[in-house]
Every structure is written in C-alpha cells, then in structure tokens.
Design a protein around this ligand. Structure first.
Ligand code: PLP
Length: 382
C-alpha cells in the first residue's frame, strides 16, 4: 500500500497526464525536411500525410491544417453555415466546436450527454430540430464513438449536414466503419495527447470534391489560382508545415500499435479500479465499438463527499497529472454573455463536468506507472 503523500513525494517521480511516443521514423523524416530544405506547407510530406490519413478512414480527400480547432472552423465555413442557421452539438465537448459555429454567425444548440457513455444522447436530438436547423456536429468523446445510425437517420429525414469531430478517434470504428468516414466532412486533431500527433495539427477529410476544394481554398487565404492576390472571399492561413506532416507520416505508420497499446492501458486501469464502488469508469465496449481510451476518464459517484477538483488536488500531492472533464457549452460565460443558452439545462453534462476528470493516459505511460496511479486513486478515496 502507498504511504502518506509526504513520503510518496520523496520517492515517486511525477507522472505526467500525457507524454507522446516519438520513437519511430519521426527523426528520420524530420531530418529529410531539413536536408532537402522543404519545411513549409509546400513540402511533400503534407500531401503524403493527407492521402494516407484519408485512405485510412476510407475518404477521398484530406486537407491538412494547423490544428483540430481550425479544422472545425474550416468545415463550418465550407458548408456555408452562417447567420440564422442552427447547428446541433453536444453540450459536453471542447470549446472549439461551439466557437466554430458562433464565429460563423450560426447558432449552437446543445444536447445533453448519455450518463453511461458520456457521448451526446442521440435520443434527444430530434426534439432540438427546428426549421432553421442545418447541421449536426457529432463529437466522439474520450474513445467511444457516438451511436451514429440514429444520427444518420435523422440527418436523412430532415436533410441535415453532418460534421463529424473525430479528433479523439484515430483508429476507432463504428460497427466496423472508420470514425472519420461519416457525414459531409470529418475533422481530426494531432495535438500531442491524441493517438497520433504532429505537435500541433489537424485535418479535414471528405468524399466531396467541391467541399475539398472549398477547404483547400479556405485554409490558404482563398488565393485564386488565376489571379492570386485578388480575393473574392475571406480565408485564413491554416496551412500545415512539412515538418508537422513529417511527424504525422511517421506516427500514422504506428497507429494500429498505438490503438492496441491504448486499449491495453485502458483495460489495465479498469482491472485495477473496478473494485472501487464509488467510481464510474469508462464503458469498455458497446454493441458498436470497443473503447480506444483516448483518455481514461473517471466520474466520482454521488457518495464521494468531494468533487473532481478536490480529487485532482489530492492526486497532485502524489505528483500525478490529471485534467478536468470538459465544461458544458451552455454554461460557458463567453457564450452566455452573448445571450445564448438562457434557461438551458443539461443535467448529465453538468454533473460529469463537476465530478469527472482524467488520469494519466499518454502512450509513453508504463504498466508500472498505471499501477502507481491506480493505487493513488484508491488512497485519495479513503
Ligand atoms: C483536441 C480536440 C479538438 C481540438 O484540437 P486542437 O488540435 O487542440 O485544436 C477538437 N475537438 C475535440 C473533440 C478534441 O478532443
């Protein structure tokens, strides 16, 4: 058993919440960039990474951008969503999702989470559809996909577009079909805590040639092919560099291995923590997918006399890195201050935001470290 935090402090090395694995061909490909002088977005790794990731998720086109948040901005803009359009999204997600919708001038409409999977409760979507609804932004949360079939059926019935935020879903499938292959456009992030990383980076994937061209133009300032510096539209510089893409190509080579390792890590945590009745652990699998544990989340049940903040504070005494769960979109001051979400309530999202946090989940974590973290979790609940 673990001793008091004071004693632990002197013997235990810190365990960071995330540390990526970069011990494949990353250095080799980065050196190629430097040796050849190709460091900008014009370099060959960018196209290679786009093609390889698109192929991996059974899409025709990949458009690499500089992070997963702007991938969402690009997707929203490419679909022409704007003033007066409503976009349905989960309350429980990262700010990037609502920010992309609001910046486009459209209106975010939130749906509460399923208490068991933490994903958007798809049975609540239809009640939120109005004549102004144009799209559903689906966000797969923490390693388990959203139940897509009912969402696809609703999109079909009401003529809605789907944007699929697959930032946390590299290598995951829904009923055997790759995440990132659903809807008009899907987006990925390659931040260092994702299953594959480029440091900073993102991608939009699609099967629609016109949407792909729109995304390519939007990420590149809407330069015109014939008349470069004459602009009909406003775009952004969201380009990914060859250096980032070099990392991406090296990481993608190991995706299957990484997914297998993450699954093993999740299973080990579950074995070590499942005897603690006060904890709700991630769902290992549903009838449509087995969890890939982007992060290993924990929700404190009501009988625990403190909240996630206190649990995280206690774990920090054991030098264990943690992060809180997402904070619901309808409770964000920046959105409420512009008049959104008055009177909105999403009880599940509100509860898990306050009682949920995640423990170290990075690919560089060893089994021994996982055991140390699990022991500390047991300790702090005593
Ligand atoms: C990480 C993440 C993003 C944002 O990606 P960045 O590359 O950090 O901008 C968007 N959506 C979800 C669901 C994410 O987990």
């Amino acid at each position: 058993m673990i001793a008091s935090p004071e004693i632990i402090e002197s013997v235990m090395n810190p365990i960071p919440v995330n540390e990526p694995l970069l011990d494949g061909n990353e250095k080799k490909y980065l050196n190629e960039c430097i040796d050849t002088g190709w460091i900008s977005s014009e370099g060959p790794f960018v196209k290679q990474f786009e093609q390889q990731l698109a192929t991996r998720v059974e899409r025709q086109y990949g458009i690499a951008v500089c992070n997963g948040s702007v991938a969402l901005d690009t997707a929203v803009a490419a679909l022409g969503l704007g003033q007066g359009d409503e976009v349905i999204l989960p309350a429980f997600t990262i700010m990037s999702c609502a920010a992309a919708i609001v910046r486009a001038g459209a209106v975010p409409v939130v749906v509460d989470s399923d208490a068991y999977t933490w994903n958007m409760d798809v049975s609540q979507i239809e009640a939120k559809i109005t004549p102004r609804t144009k799209a559903i932004m689906v966000v797969h949360i923490y390693g388990l996909p959203v139940d897509m079939e009912p969402v696809l059926a609703l999109a079909d019935k009401y003529g809605l577009q789907i944007i699929e935020d697959a930032a946390e879903m590299h290598g995951q499938t829904y009923k055997g079909r790759p995440c990132g292959s659903f809807g008009a456009l899907s987006t990925f992030s390659f931040y260092p805590n994702k299953h594959i990383t480029t440091g900073e980076g993102g991608m939009i994937v699609t099967d629609d040639e016109q949407l792909a061209e729109r995304c390519q133009s939007l990420r590149n300032l809407c330069f015109q092919p014939q008349n470069r510096f004459v602009h009909e539209e406003l775009g952004w510089n969201f380009r990914m560099s060859n250096l980032q893409a070099a990392l991406g190509v090296a990481q993608l080579e190991r995706l299957d291995e990484f997914v297998a390792r993450k699954r093993r890590m999740g299973q080990l945590y579950t074995e070590l923590l499942s005897d603690i009745p006060e904890l709700q652990l991630p769902v290992p699998q549903t009838d449509y997918a087995a969890n890939i544990y982007w992060v290993y989340g924990i929700v404190l049940k009501d009988e625990v006399p403190f909240d996630a903040k206190e649990a995280m504070r206690r774990l920090s005494q054991y030098k264990i890195g943690t992060r809180p769960f997402f904070y619901p979109m309808h409770e964000q001051p920046v959105l409420r201050n512009i008049g959104l979400f008055d009177g909105e309530s999403c009880p599940v999202a509100e509860r898990i935001a306050r009682r949920g946090f995640y423990i170290p989940s990075g690919l560089a974590l060893s089994d021994e470290q996982i055991e140390q973290v699990a022991q500390a979790v047991v300790e702090i609940l005593k």
